[in-house]
Design a protein around this ligand. Structure first.
Ligand code: MG
Length: 379
């Protein structure tokens, strides 16, 4: 194994776990984190949660599970190139979307609206809540008892009001400062993954076309290089060859630019990375601009496409109905959730109960939410 850079996260200097545990026999501490994430129920449910397209629209589209695996693949490549902690990067990447609601962003936005009088709903915070509280499987501690750096990476963003409640973990959102570089890598790997696979899925679904995409310089340049070399390719191969080049181009720029940033700031350890007011993992200005252009294109032509919007409108209706139904009639909840909602209502009133309902809804897969919607509507 190659030596880690001085500014990488290391087990020896980690802020550790909340509940002390003996060291694993055959794995590193961050490998153990990754393994706990893979064995969690929330991770398995990612298979049936929407990324952009509802899972049952077709077997070829990304789900949140395959998205997370692609993020981990890209993240590991970047981490290894920069001599960062690859195991930690992988753990963060695999866990980054654990708190996502069914039906993608539409689901999260609506759940946030439902919760507006009860503290709101933020998916990054929910991912942290999944690994800290909601996974109940270990005898000796709640949640997965992950290392500090893994939890730091999972909490990508959070509002200032929530950050204040999080103690050490929320401090960077209040005082400025950064997460460790592995978390920064995971964040950028997420962006690279979804921009590229959404192009692929959008083309496959026929919602966007190659001709339209040539308006994006990032796509156009790579597409031209493929056409010049192999003018006779089928559209399927052409698409894949273009996208793999786009990913390679973005990863290469990110690695080179980040190396330069690291050279300028010369952080000697992770604490120095955390105290900076800029992230060190970044694209060059020029490539950042190309990324923004592609994002804007996808936002207008794909995420707001009539067919996607139809799905998101349905999603809002489903989430709202489920929330209202469970809040009005706790007997609709499964027994353990009902007990918890009664207990939390006693402890913290309606907000406590609403949080239990939000946790329950957020944990649902798309198809389970649809089935529940049908069931509660009949009652
Ligand atoms: Mg993601």
């Amino acid at each position: 194994m190659q030596a880690l850079a001085p500014y990488a996260a290391k087990e020896e200097t980690s802020r550790g776990r909340v509940y002390t545990e003996s060291a694993p026999n055959y794995r590193g501490q961050y490998q153990r984190d990754r393994d706990r994430i893979i064995h969690s129920a929330a991770f398995r449910r990612l298979e049936y949660k929407t990324q952009v397209f509802v899972n049952h629209e077709g077997d070829m589209f990304r789900t949140r599970l395959t998205h997370s695996i692609e993020v981990a693949q890209i993240g590991r490549t970047i981490a290894r190139a920069l001599n960062l902690n690859e195991d930690l990067t992988e753990a963060i990447c695999l866990a980054h979307d654990l708190g996502h609601t069914p039906f993608g962003h539409a689901g999260q936005d609506r759940l946030n609206m439902c919760m507006k009088d009860y503290g709101g709903f933020e998916h990054n915070l929910q991912s942290l809540r999944v690994v800290e509280v909601l996974e109940e499987k270990y005898a000796e501690f709640p949640g997965l008892n992950l290392m500090y750096e893994t939890r730091e990476g999972i909490l990508k963003h959070c509002s200032r009001s929530k950050a204040a409640e999080l103690g050490e973990l929320g401090r960077r959102f209040l005082e400025g400062g950064q997460s460790g570089l592995e978390a920064q890598v995971a964040n950028m790997a997420d962006e690279i993954a979804y921009n590229n696979h959404d192009v692929d899925d959008g083309l496959r679904a026929g919602l966007i076309s190659m001709e339209q995409l040539t308006a994006c310089r990032l796509f156009d340049t790579q597409h031209r290089s493929v056409v010049d070399k192999w003018p006779e390719l089928t559209e399927k191969t052409m698409t894949h060859e273009t996208i793999r080049r786009m990913i390679n181009y973005l990863v290469s720029d990110l690695v080179n630019t980040s190396r330069k940033n690291i050279d300028i700031h010369k952080p000697e350890k992770i604490e120095m990375v955390r105290s900076l007011n800029v992230p060190l993992i970044s694209f060059s200005d020029e490539v950042h601009e190309l990324q923004v252009e592609l994002k804007r294109f996808l936002s207008v032509n794909l995420y707001q496409h009539g067919r996607v919007k139809q799905m998101t409108d349905q999603a809002k209706e489903i989430i709202q109905t489920l929330f209202d139904s469970y809040m009005n009639d706790a007997s609709l909840l499964p027994p353990d959730t009902r007990l918890r909602s009664a207990r939390d209502h006693e402890n913290s009133g309606t907000s406590g109960r609403a949080r239990v309902v939000a946790d329950y809804i957020a944990g649902m897969t798309d198809r389970f939410a649809i089935a529940e919607y049908e069931r509660v509507k009949k009652i």
